[in-house]
Design a protein around this ligand. Structure first.
Ligand SMILES: [Zn+2]
Length: 477
């Protein structure tokens, strides 16, 4: 029961199919872009939450919950920030039949609501740093066509927000958030390019933004995480001041960063194939599916053995399940769990019981491994690690292959028509040249390498004037 659409040649159709058939999301909801995350999809998110939450707490963050309602005047307080989100803010204008005097927005992000509270909480340097994390939903009512997990009107995320006494500490915080994110991406076996966004594409109100762009198989990139150094822009707008040890007052320096359920789209796109999803072991709802191989009148013995294996794996902290149903064939079950993306299958039948062994089958390459019962836990753990490593290597190879270089507009056009991907080129710094690229080729200047000054190797790819930067250009989701 492989998928109807081919991942290589019909990526968009393949993606829509895998999201549904792998039971990640059900989008047959009454409001477009507000979907149901099913257990196999929400399980990925829960495991991401566990990994991130642990890291955030270990680095001094505390979890808070702020209201999702943000009055218009509060959003207006940082004009640049607000204008960046204004087109996508959903407003509550009525309660029952009564029109509200002040309309209330549903959070498109939480800077405004959080920092209005920071101004009440922060008094002295001893209150700093303040490191806040929030797990919540976000509403951005994009009027463009919605795309499951890629462009949803309601989605889930985590947002980190910090306040510091100095710019240097804020810089350190940006780096810390990056270390946390890169560790997570490694667990997910995703590859990415780290770029400092150009000024015209910086998060509204930020000093600068750093983003992680992951190369999808169709040659477009997907931003899977961002971190912003906000400087004092928001603290001045929201009056977040503190008293320094010398008695003077200053505005705090801030950072914010986030990762959303969009990352699930990257996971599916990177690792899935024509058989279905392939969920990396660290975040899979089910890491091992145990399938009993029933034979003649040996059902009870096989069931008992399967249950024993299940017990052993669970006790070892492995997320295992057994499908003991006897109204489905083993072949049907193999296909079904391959479709769902369970990374490892464990088969056990009468002959295996006699020989005191089980058979492992890897979802990534179909390899079969016979394992003596007494090595079960170790072999399962090793194989899950090996699957993750294979996925990781493939992912980084994809990034490498997706980057090409262009000196002229014609070269960009040619690469774009052939394979898209990430194009390294030269730019004069003028946003008008960026607009030309966007209008003519639907590609964006995604940014420059972070902490690495690259010498331009040609004139500006659009206007031919002197180039100031080496930039990376791509078509983005
Ligand atoms: Zn130019």
């Amino acid at each position: 029961m492989p998928l109807e659409h081919d991942k290589k040649t019909e990526f968009a159709e393949w993606y829509s199919e895998v999201v549904k058939k792998a039971e990640i999301v059900d989008n047959r909801t009454p409001v477009k872009g507000a979907n149901v995350l099913l257990p196999n999809g929400y399980g990925i998110w829960e495991n991401i939450q566990k990994i991130l939450d642990r890291e955030l707490k270990a680095t001094g963050h505390n979890n808070y919950y702020f209201p999702m309602f943000i009055p218009e005047e509060l959003l207006n307080q940082e004009a640049e920030h607000f204008s960046g989100f204004a087109p996508e803010v959903a407003w509550i204008t009525h309660v029952g039949n009564r029109k509200l005097e002040r309309k209330v927005g549903l959070r498109p992000t939480s800077e405004a609501i959080m920092y209005s509270m920071f101004s009440l909480w922060i008094r002295a340097h001893t209150d700093l740093p303040l490191k806040v994390n929030q797990w919540c939903n976000i509403v951005r009512w994009d009027t463009k066509e919605t795309k499951v997990l890629l462009r949803d009107r309601e989605f889930l995320w985590h947002e980190g927000h910090t306040a510091h006494a100095t710019y240097e500490e804020a810089e350190e915080q940006v780096k810390e958030s990056m270390r946390i994110y890169e560790k997570l991406f490694d667990d997910l076996a995703l590859s990415y390019i780290i770029l400092k966004r150009p000024k015209h594409d910086t998060f509204p109100g930020a000093d600068y933004s750093v983003a992680y762009d992951a190369p999808l198989p169709d040659g477009r990139v997907l931003q899977i995480g961002t971190t912003h150094n906000l400087g004092q822009n928001f603290s001045k707008a929201f009056d977040v001041k503190f008293q320094k040890p010398d008695g003077d007052h200053d505005y705090v320096y801030q950072t914010s960063y986030g990762i959303s359920t969009r990352i699930i789209a990257a996971i599916l796109s990177f690792h899935g194939d024509n058989k279905g999803a392939l969920i990396p072991p660290k975040v899979a709802l089910t890491q091992v599916i145990i399938i009993p191989i029933y034979f003649k009148n040996k059902h009870e013995i096989v069931k008992e053995a399967a249950n024993k294996v299940l017990e052993t794996l669970k006790n070892a902290g492995i997320r295992a399940r057994a499908d003991l149903r006897d109204n489905y064939t083993s072949g049907w079950k193999f296909n079904q769990y391959e479709l769902l993306g369970v990374p490892l299958r464990l088969e056990i039948g009468p002959r295996d019981i006699e020989k005191n062994q089980v058979v492992l089958v890897r979802r990534d390459n179909g390899e079969k491994i016979t394992v003596p019962q007494d090595q079960l836990v170790k072999k399962v753990k090793d194989t899950l690690d090996a699957i993750e490593e294979t996925l990781r290597q493939k992912a980084w190879k994809r990034l490498e292959e997706s980057i090409s270089e262009a000196k002229t507009f014609e070269e960009i056009e040619k690469i774009y028509n052939e394979k898209r991907g990430i194009i390294r080129t030269n730019w004069c710094g003028n946003p008008e040249c960026a607009d030309v690229l966007k209008e003519k080729l639907s590609v964006e200047i995604r940014g420059t390498k972070l902490n690495e000054e690259e010498e331009p190797f040609h004139s500006c790819v659009v206007c031919g004037k002197e180039a100031k930067q080496v930039v990376y250009v791509a078509s983005a989701y």
